[in-house]
Design a protein around this ligand. Structure first.
Ligand code: DQA
Length: 142
């Protein structure tokens, strides 16, 4: 099984970025843990972070050529703005789960809408890094 984990803009700053909102784990910590869980289950987990919308679109398109079975995506701020990411995910037709570290529904109203959520298998928001792990376990079981 090949699982792709995508991280959107500013998530490279995890650990130091608004730790009261996003916690103290770094992106490397999160990715390492996911790769360990995948390996323990005989699966492969690729990770990719970009601060650029087009870079994320390109990586989603590449997923249709590299045997990706499932995508876990925290599109960060692009969640709330990006028709392009929505269209890319629809274009490759790979099932995905949307993840947010913070509970976006406790925050500003502009974070309540997602361009990705209605097409996702599910959405996990507010569980911190555990949300990625839960999404990965779901992917491994499905
Ligand atoms: C986020 C929530 C988004 O609203 C925000 O723009 C982010 C991170 C989260 O993981 O909680 O950058 O996706």
């Amino acid at each position: 099984q090949h699982i792709l984990v995508l991280h959107g803009p500013n998530l490279n700053l995890l650990g130091t970025r608004e730790p009261e909102v996003y916690g103290r784990h770094t992106l490397a910590d999160i990715n390492q843990r996911l790769q360990q869980i995948a390996a323990d289950n005989g699966a492969q987990c690729a990770t990719f972070q970009s601060n650029h919308e087009g870079g994320l679109v390109d990586r989603i398109q590449a997923a249709s050529q590299d045997q990706t079975d499932f995508i876990i995506i925290n599109a960060a701020a692009y969640t709330h703005t990006s028709v392009a990411l929505r269209d890319a995910l629809a274009g490759v037709d790979i099932p995905y789960v949307e993840v947010h570290l913070s509970n976006v529904h406790q925050r500003e109203s502009f974070r309540h809408h997602s361009y990705l959520a209605d097409k996702a298998r599910g959405v996990i928001t507010g569980l911190g890094p555990y949300g990625y792990e839960a999404a990965l376990c779901f992917a491994l079981a499905n």
